[in-house]
Structures are given as structure tokens and as C-alpha cells.
Ligand binder design. Structure first.
Ligand code: AQP
Length: 339
């Protein structure tokens, strides 16, 4: 017997730093576009994930509010979507514990994000960093989410979420959790560092020049693009010809995503030209796209009490969906429910 689950979209972003152009193009922009397309949209600032590496408490609070401001500035409307911070809905941590008994340790050690973040000294990383994907599965499955918009880097964690759902359903002989689909779409599912085209643009990269922050002003954006690493070759006529030029490919992909065009359409205009011509055009486009978002972020950020109110209201609505799902999970697993 197979249950059909009502379509529902869930996704989250860690407040582990200021959000970047990578987070915008790979995630936030898609979050806004998916609103009003049918499925209910549930979006979360995942503060419980952020603390898997050390966060200063005051900075974490500020970054959580800044991330919520970025969601709204990018077009997430708290009236259309549920917007909240993860730690205000206890269902996430509860379900993560239950999933810790379903997931296998070996699955966690295989995660490339754990290997990257734990580095050589993995014995000394937090237990939470290893168990991170189990909490991510709980985030998604506490809402019986059927689809999750994410960047390419989260694909492996999404596969693990599907494995946890399938193993739970199999072990308990139920068809309770959906097998969630990843939504990895667009031309900027993996925005790369401006300093190294083989590394993902990341909010926690020690080099600020490696990324465009959503809080950067026009001058900072233009300067970072001007200084972005490239090569001396002119641009070719197709993206295929850039397969061994990661920095060049990255800038073309960013241009295409911001302009809403295909990379080949962008290259058709710039074929034969060098970065002396391309970079100023990209800088202008990036400033035009990001300046209104930064301005809206600043407006939202000026009223932290209103952000807190929105997050609290979102948490109430989120809890109303997640609570019965977690209670039913416990009942399926054999826990006595008597209140
Ligand atoms: N460079 C990127 N290109 C496209 N999408 C990206 N995402 C992140 N970086 C890129 C997408 O943004 C969403 C939120 O990511 P996250 O905050 O949960 O963590 P992350 O993927 O680990 O992102 P960062 O910026 O690299 O954070 P830190 O430095 O703290 O680890 C996800 O959908 C992700 O795919």
C-alpha cells in the first residue's frame, strides 16, 4: 500500500555567517519562486545546525535575524510561507533523536560535508557535526515534505534523508514518511568561490574576497568581481568550451542566473571578448540585482522586534504541522502515549 502525501516544500539555511550570492541563487531565489505554485512552502533558519560548529551567542542571534531579513528581502512572504527559526520548534530535535536510532554511523562518516568540515581532526569535531544529516532529515520529514529546493552541495544529504525515510518505513512496516524529491534547478546550483573556481562559494570561507555577501554595497561587489580570479583567454561561444576553465565558467553561470538567461545565450553576446569587457557587465548586473535586496534587508533589520514576532508566529504554525507527525512517529515506534 502506498500513501500519497500532500505536496509540501521545506528548506532551510544556516545562520552560520552572512548569506552569500551562492545562498541567494542556489536557495533563496528559488524559495520565493516556489511560493504560490501549489504546495505549501515551509522555510526555516536552521540555528540548531549552525551550532554544530562554534557560534558566539550574540553573533548567532544577530545572524539568525539577518538571515530571516534576507529570506523576506529575497521575496519570501511570511503570509504565503511559514518562516521560522528551527530551535523554536522542538519537533526538529525530537525527531532527529528518533532518526539517530534509524540512521547508521557509517552513513554519517561517508558524508563529504562532514569530511570537509571536520578536516583532519575529525575526532575533535562535535558529535552534532557528525549527526547533522539526521537533524536535516528530521527538518524535512517532520513536515512530511515531498520536495526540497537546495543547491548541488546538499544533494548527498537529501539522499540520506530518503534512505532514513525508507529504512524507517521498512523497519516498522509502515508507509509513513514520504521519499522526498530534491529540487536542484537553474544555472547556479553550485556558485563557486571568486578566488578558486574549484571550491564552493561559502559564507564561512575565511576570505571575504571569495564571496559576494548580500550585505555588500555596490563598490564592494564591483571590486570583488574585478578582482575575481580568471584566465587570459577570450570567452568562447558555448559553455561546453569552458569545461576546463572553472573560474570563467563560474562567472558566466552567475551572469546567466542573474539575467535569467542560458549560459550559451550569454556567451553568444560575449564570444571573442575578454574579461576586461565581461567583468564590468557582470558587476553592473550583480549590483542591479542585489541592491534592492540589500536595501530591503536593511529595512527589515531595522526592526528586530518585528522579525522576532514573525519568527514566533511562523514557529507556532510550523509546530501545528510537525507535532502530530512526531507524536505519530513515537506511537509507531512503540512509545506509550497517555497524555
Ligand atoms: N555556493 C553555493 N551555490 C549554490 N547554492 C548554495 N548553497 C550554499 N552555498 C551555495 C545553498 O544554500 C542553502 C543553504 O546552505 P546552508 O546555509 O545550509 O549551508 P551550506 O550549504 O553549508 O552553505 P555555506 O554558505 O557553505 O555555509 P557554511 O559556510 O556555514 O557551511 C542550501 O540549499 C545550499 O545548497
Amino acid at each position: 500500500m502506498s500513501t500519497t502525501h500532500t505536496p509540501r516544500i521545506f528548506s532551510g539555511i544556516q545562520p552560520s555567517g552572512g548569506l552569500t550570492l551562492g545562498n541567494y541563487l542556489g536557495a533563496l531565489k528559488r524559495f520565493a519562486e516556489l511560493q504560490g505554485t501549489g504546495p505549501q512552502t515551509v522555510y526555516c533558519v536552521v540555528d540548531l545546525h549552525a551550532i554544530t560548529v562554534w557560534q558566539d551567542p550574540e553573533t548567532l542571534r544577530a545572524q539568525t535575524r539577518a538571515a530571516a531579513a534576507a529570506f523576506m528581502a529575497a521575496g519570501v512572504d511570511p503570509a504565503q510561507s511559514i518562516l521560522f527559526n528551527q530551535s523554536q520548534v522542538p519537533a526538529h530535535a525530537e525527531l532527529a533523536w528518533l532518526f539517530n536510532t534509524v540512521a547508521r554511523v557509517g552513513w554519517m562518516y561517508r558524508m563529504t560535508q562532514f569530511k570537509d568540515k571536520a578536516g583532519k581532526n575529525s575526532e575533535n569535531s562535535s558529535l552534532g557535526l557528525l549527526a547533522y544529516p539526521s537533524l536535516m532529515a528530521a527538518d524535512i520529514l517532520a513536515y512530511h515534505a515531498t520536495a526540497v529546493p537546495v543547491g548541488e552541495d546538499q544533494k548527498q544529504h537529501l539522499e540520506l534523508t530518503r534512505d532514513i525515510a525508507a529504512k524507517f518505513n521498512h523497519d516498522y512496516g509502515v508507509d509513513f514518511f514520504p521519499i522526498t524529491e530534491p529540487l536542484i534547478e537553474g544555472t547556479a546550483t553550485r556558485v563557486m568561490s571568486l578566488r578558486d573556481g574549484t571550491k564552493k562559494m561559502s559564507k564561512s570561507d575565511p576570505s571575504d574576497a571569495s564571496r559576494i555577501n548580500l550585505t555588500d554595497d555596490a563598490d564592494a561587489i564591483a571590486q570583488k568581481i574585478r578582482k575575481a580570479r580568471t584566465d587570459a583567454e577570450p570567452l568562447p561561444g558555448s559553455i561546453e568550451a569552458l569545461k576546463d576553465r572553472p573560474e570563467a565558467r563560474n562567472l558566466v553561470n552567475i551572469y546567466a542566473a542573474l539575467a535569467g538567461e542560458t549560459p550559451d545565450a550569454v556567451l553568444a553576446r560575449f564570444e571573442g571578448q575578454g574579461f576586461g569587457a565581461f567583468k564590468p557587465a557582470l558587476a553592473e548586473l550583480a549590483v542591479d540585482a542585489l541592491a534592492p535586496i540589500t536595501a530591503r534587508m536593511n529595512e527589515y533589520s531595522a526592526d528586530p522586534a518585528e522579525i522576532d514576532r514573525i519568527l514566533g508566529e511562523g514557529a507556532d504554525r510550523a509546530e501545528a504541522i510537525a507535532r502530530p507527525i512526531v507524536e505519530e512517529t513515537k506511537a509507531i515506534m512503540g512509545m506509550v502515549r497517555s497524555r
